[in-house]
Design a binder for this molecule. Structure first.
Ligand code: CIZ
Length: 336
């Protein structure tokens, strides 16, 4: 099946063409109005991008938003597979992403041909695939999940069928422990969640003994065993806001802390440490490729834009639609 393509534009403006005195925020607001565009941002984006966006959320809420919007243009500030999801669900919209190189280590770990072979080797299994994958891998899957709906969806699958879970082996193992389902896991992982250090986490906890630890299920089990709460970004956000505690160690991409600090300015949020205890490890280098300049340029240039062959889009849409249908019990977030 042919690949998704991200189209650049010939003779496009580049960062060098931007007048340094330009008020980027005001220009983006003007272009957004003129183009009837919506800016969607993931919780893992820089704070200034989250503040500029019309809607900030996790993959489930962003997918719902992309499917329902009446905007003509979607600017998706996240990583490439998220822009692909928007295009799959809203094919008539122009979908722009600020940087075509904003990939994902989980997506990179699971290429379509080896995934097809994995499926063929387990013909009786249901293929449950995490949304962090390419459109091609989605097209080869039975149902897509995010970290906020994986458990709800897995519990609805026929109990007598074994499951293939790809590409995140830590999320898969966490789901296996939670649901007791038989699962064969693809050996992928996220470069951010994988590098948190158990030793440094325990050390940090001795400095902040009252702090609660909130961890994302993409973290390996030796991190999760120390957590007071394990959940998706939206679940972690709910946890820290509703908890009576004042201090939290957050084991996921650190930009989610921006929303926490806005909603609970009196509380303290500390990013979980990596192996040397001091690195900026909790920062996703792919998410960090998006900048205000690139959002402005995307709206000026109509590029990079996400396009894909219709045959691929239709094949990838089926398991995504199944995901949305099987997630109706999970409340929507409509506010930014
Ligand atoms: O589902 C997502 O958006 C991701 C990547 C993490 C989360 O838990 O929200």
């Amino acid at each position: 099946m042919p690949d998704t393509i991200v189209l650049p534009q010939a003779n496009a403006l580049t960062a060098r063409d931007i007048d340094p005195s330009l008020d980027l925020e005001a220009e983006i607001a003007r272009l957004r109005r003129e183009r009837n565009a919506i800016i969607l941002a993931h919780y893992y984006q820089d704070g200034e991008i989250q503040d500029l966006a019309d809607f900030v959320g996790d993959s489930l809420d962003l997918s719902r938003k992309a499917a329902a919007t009446d905007a003509d243009v979607i600017v998706f500030c996240g990583v490439r597979f998220m822009g692909e999801v928007a295009k799959i669900l809203s094919p008539d919209k122009l979908v722009l992403i600020p940087d075509a190189d904003a990939g994902c280590s989980l997506e990179d770990s699971c290429k379509p041909e080896p995934f097809r072979a994995f499926r063929e080797a387990h013909p009786d299994h249901i293929a449950v695939t995490y949304i962090n994958c390419s459109a091609e891998v989605k097209a080869l899957s039975d149902v897509i999940v995010t970290s906020s709906n994986a458990e709800t969806i897995i519990r609805q699958l026929p109990a007598d069928r074994p499951i293939l879970f790809a590409p995140d082996r830590h999320l898969g193992a966490f789901m296996r422990r939670k649901t007791g389902r038989e699962m064969t896991l693809w050996p992928g992982s996220c470069i951010i969640h994988e590098q948190f250090s158990e030793r440094e986490l325990v050390k940090l906890k001795t400095q902040y003994p009252a702090a609660k630890i909130a961890a994302h299920p993409e973290c390996p089990e030796p991190i999760l065993v120390h957590a007071d709460h394990v959940g998706s970004t939206r679940a972690i956000l709910d946890y820290v806001l509703s908890s009576p505690a004042d201090e939290f160690i957050i084991a996921t991409e650190k930009h989610i802390i921006h929303q926490m600090e806005k909603a609970a300015p009196g509380k303290r949020f500390i990013p979980a440490p990596g192996a040397d205890g001091s690195c900026d490890c909790a920062r996703c280098p792919f998410m960090a490729l998006n900048t205000m300049e690139k959002i402005y340029l995307a709206l000026k240039n109509d590029a990079p834009r996400v396009e894909m062959p219709e045959e691929l889009r239709i094949a990838a849409k089926a398991p995504l639609t199944r995901m949305l249908e099987m997630s109706v019990s999970i409340g929507r977030r409509d506010a930014a």
